[in-house]
Design a protein around this ligand. Structure first.
Ligand SMILES: [Ca+2]
Length: 572
């Protein structure tokens, strides 16, 4: 049971005919109510009595149940009924306990135990699914034809596909830092992957609050399944950053095929056989995408009686490009490049995984109470040999993972919530993973912190608000810069081969989504205006707290010779 909140509900907001489900405080001395139009409140014994009297006076249908601490609803109702009798008889004259009251209880039990609906799971759940290094063009709804992605496509069809959906960085860790905090990660120096520097200082700065902190405090069960990549030591561990549960790995990459007798190998970039539950290393047998999906379904299944937030961060389709034995027969015969074969195998596995997760939600009835985000943490890594090259295809976008061109930061971006958001919609205004946390706050009925930089997307995606959610979006990644305002994009991108910067280039994305025709000379005033806007935005950033690799961070020191991997456990 989550944290209980006051003050007591405003009954004036409860319509006269709304049923009120009450949890009378037989054991816990606490209760929880929900009106049929979604108002949720928790409180203590005094308020509970007041509610009963008010409800009785107003002739609301009142049903008494005890849900707290019970694993299933029908058990809760049974125990609640039995345990309530002494309490009720001590508080009310027996003549008030009419047969109608008990009939109401029986009907309630019958109705809710049959539907699997949870009275305690009142606030909507939030599921954030991350793919890793997934190419913009590799999913079916974006034109990908190399392998079918029916489940990702179906998720898009079930909700809103944002065609100008952005992450906050073209690189793994800073992108995740931006989403989790709701702030540009350059505000707090998390500009590069945390690989270079003193280990205890690498990771999401400890003064930053995550979406998990916020939702945990709002009574949510919170879990990370998959990749963390926001620090390796205990203070940076997900369980120290608001996640009640953690099952996954701490670094940037991980091998897929798990063998129970394999030795763990730690490196800050990639580890092998180092999957943790909490801070305990696991002995596993299977393919990581499937194992993470099992864990995700287990988490959702174990928390049917409580609102939950699950950050399901697959490492697919990031390197290593391993082929699951259960997938290999489905690979198209005409693909011969071993890298591409591995990538497509990971993509097929990822799509299967999304199908299993969405199937679970639909069959359990939780889909109507679960807001789902699906994005990739950055663009496909399609330029050999840079940045964990995986053959991801970003066309028609230009550029790749690691670049502030569209191919690095504009990603598959789907928002779905059955019955609450329109299905089969396409949304074209630019949106950002900065918007996840403010949207989650709206869903969880939490006041967003004033420093958050995103917006609640729901009124925009529902069509209630017609204007664009953002005046502009800006990026900084080492020497690379970008700003998007409407259809204009001003970008200074890095050429990794030549080790040079492009300087400011201006593109009209409405006519030139591939950023091919530089309009900086023709529209010099627009270029100056956007450059000033970017400078104003950048004036609130700080210097990076640690360096990146020389590829993306030319100011980085030359790395020391490689050490032998250590067989040590770093999270303990
Ligand atoms: Ca990534």
């Amino acid at each position: 049971m989550g944290r209980l909140m006051g003050p007591f509900p405003q009954l004036s907001s409860v319509r006269r005919r709304d049923p009120i489900f009450e949890c009378i405080p037989w054991i816990t001395k606490r209760f929880s109510i929900r009106s049929s139009h979604g108002k949720t409140t928790h409180g203590g014994p005094r308020e509970s009595l007041r509610l009963q009297r008010t409800a009785r006076d107003r002739q609301f249908p009142l049903m008494a149940v005890n849900l707290l601490g019970k694993k299933s609803l029908h058990r809760a109702l049974f125990y609640g009924l039995v345990e309530s009798l002494p309490y009720i008889s001590s508080r009310f004259p027996m003549r008030r306990l009419t047969p109608l009251t008990f009939l109401s209880l029986a009907l309630t039990l019958s109705f809710f135990s049959g539907t699997g609906t949870s009275l305690a799971s009142q606030k909507p759940n939030i599921l954030i699914i991350f793919a890793d290094d997934l190419g913009y063009a590799d999913i079916g709804v974006h034109g990908g034809k190399a392998v079918p992605t029916p489940n990702i496509d179906a998720l898009a069809a079930s909700g809103v596909r944002c065609t100008s959906g952005y992450v906050t960085s073209p690189y793994c860790s800073p992108s995740r830092a931006g989403m989790l905090t709701g702030k540009a990660q350059t505000r707090f120096g998390h500009e590069f992957n945390p690989h270079v520097g003193k280990e205890s200082e690498l990771g999401l700065p400890l003064d930053q609050r995550t979406i998990a902190n916020v939702l945990h405090e709002a009574g949510y069960a919170t879990s990370l399944v998959g990749k963390w990549h926001l620090g390796f030591d205990k203070p940076h561990h997900p369980n120290s950053r608001g996640f009640d549960e953690f099952f996954g790995f701490l670094v940037g990459g991980h091998n897929y095929q798990q063998h129970p007798n394999a030795d763990p190998e730690f490196q800050t970039g990639h580890s092998h056989n180092m999957i943790y539950r909490g801070d305990k290393l696991q002995k596993l047998d299977g393919f990581l995408t499937d194992i993470f999906t099992d864990e995700a379904i287990s988490f959702m299944d174990r928390h049917q009686q409580q609102p939950w937030m699950l950050y399901l961060a697959y490492n697919a389709v990031h390197t290593p490009l391993e082929i699951s034995p259960t997938i290999s027969a489905r690979l198209p015969a005409d693909v011969t490049d071993p890298d591409r074969k591995g990538y497509l195998a990971l993509l097929l596995g990822l799509d299967d995984a999304i199908g299993r997760v969405t199937d679970y939600l639909r069959k359990s009835g939780a889909d109507k109470n679960t807001l789902i985000f699906f994005v990739s943490d950055n663009g496909g890594s399609g330029h050999k040999p840079y940045l964990a090259y995986n053959t991801g295809v970003n066309t028609p976008l230009r550029g790749n993972k690691g670049q502030t061109l569209e191919g690095g930061i504009r990603v598959p971006f789907i928002v779905s919530w059955a019955g609450h958001l329109p299905a089969g919609q396409i949304y074209q205004h630019p949106v950002s993973t900065l918007d996840f946390l403010p949207t989650a706050c709206a869903v969880a009925d939490v006041k967003p912190a004033p420093e958050l930089e995103g917006v609640n997307l729901l009124p925009y995606l529902k069509g209630e608000t017609k204007s664009a959610p953002h005046v502009s979006l800006s990026w900084r990644f080492g020497p690379q810069k970008a700003i998007r305002q409407g259809n204009w994009k001003l970008v200074d991108a890095r050429d990794f081969d030549a080790k040079t910067q492009s300087g400011w280039q201006l593109y009209d994305l409405s006519k030139d989504i591939g950023e091919k025709n530089d309009l900086a000379a023709e529209f010099a005033e627009k270029k100056t205006e956007l450059a000033k806007m970017w400078e104003a935005w950048d004036s609130h950033n700080i210097a990076p707290r640690w360096h990146g690799s020389l590829t993306e961070d030319p100011s980085a020191p030359t790395p020391p010779p490689k050490k032998a991997p250590a067989n040590t456990v770093r999270a303990n």
